[in-house]
Design a protein around this ligand. Structure first.
Ligand code: SIN
Ligand code: FE2
Length: 207
C-alpha cells in the first residue's frame, strides 16, 4: 500500500490519460452550470488565490463575514450545486471503501502562481470519513504535516491523475500547496484548457 503518512495513501497516476479527459469533461460541465467564483478569507476579506466551485449536495465556500462553511447553493447564481458525477462516486467507492457517498466535491482551479496555505480540513461534522483528492494538469508541491501546525511535514509532488486519500490520523493533518511547478506536457485536458494550470478535486463527507 502506498502509505506515505499514517492513513495517507498516494496513488500516482491513478487516472490514465483517457480517464483524466473524461473527468475533465464532467468538471467542465459542472463549471458551466456553477461558474468559478473567488472565496474571501474570514475577517481579512482578502481573496484566495484559487478560484473554485462545487458539485454534490453541499459546497465549500468562504466569505469575510460568515467564514468557512458548506452551503447547498452557489453564492452567485443561488442555484443548487450540480450533482456529483457518477465517475466521482465510483472513484470514491474504489479508493475509500467508505459506506456512505461523498456529500461535497470542491473544485479548486490554480493559476500558475496560486497556492494554498497550510490548513486542516475541519469544517465537517464527520471526521471518520476520509478525504479523497484528485489532480489534473500541472504538478504541484504538496505539503503534509501532522495534527499541529508546527509539526514536521513532508513535501511531495501531486501530478496529473494522482489520487490522495487522507484517512485515519491524517484526516486531521495540516496540508497545503506550496506552489505549482513548471510542468512540461501537463496542460489541463482539452475540456478545461485555458482555465488555469492545475485543477484539484476534494471529495468529502460533511454531515
Ligand atoms: C485543499 O486542501 O483544499 C486542496 C489541496 C490540493 O489542491 O491538492
Ligand atoms: Fe484541504
Amino acid at each position: 500500500m502506498p502509505e506515505i503518512a499514517p492513513g495517507a495513501f498516494h496513488y500516482p497516476g491513478f487516472l490514465d490519460g483517457p480517464a483524466q479527459e473524461a473527468l475533465a469533461r464532467e468538471i467542465a460541465e459542472v463549471i458551466a452550470q456553477a461558474p468559478l467564483f473567488v472565496s474571501l478569507m474570514p475577517k481579512s476579506g482578502l481573496p484566495m488565490s484559487v478560484r473554485m466551485t462545487n458539485c454534490g449536495p453541499l459546497g465549500w465556500m468562504s466569505d469575510k463575514d460568515k467564514g468557512y462553511r458548506y452551503e447547498p447553493r452557489h453564492p452567485e447564481t443561488g442555484k443548487p450545486w450540480p450533482p456529483m458525477p457518477q465517475m466521482l462516486l465510483d472513484i470514491w467507492d474504489a479508493l475509500t471503501g467508505y459506506p456512505k457517498p461523498p456529500e461535497a466535491c470542491l473544485v479548486n482551479v490554480y493559476s500558475d502562481d496560486a497556492k494554498m496555505g497550510l490548513h486542516q480540513d475541519r469544517d465537517e461534522a464527520d471526521f471518520d470519513a476520509p478525504i479523497l483528492s484528485l489532480s489534473l494538469g500541472a504538478d504541484c508541491r504538496f505539503r503534509l504535516g501532522g495534527p499541529r501546525r508546527a509539526d514536521k511535514s513532508i513535501a511531495f509532488v501531486l501530478a496529473a491523475g494522482d489520487a490522495l486519500v487522507l484517512s485515519g490520523p491524517s484526516r486531521r493533518f495540516f496540508h497545503g500547496v506550496d506552489r505549482i511547478l513548471p510542468t512540461v506536457h501537463a496542460e489541463l485536458p482539452a475540456p478545461l484548457a485555458g482555465l488555469g494550470a492545475r485543477v484539484n478535486l476534494t471529495l468529502r463527507r460533511v454531515t
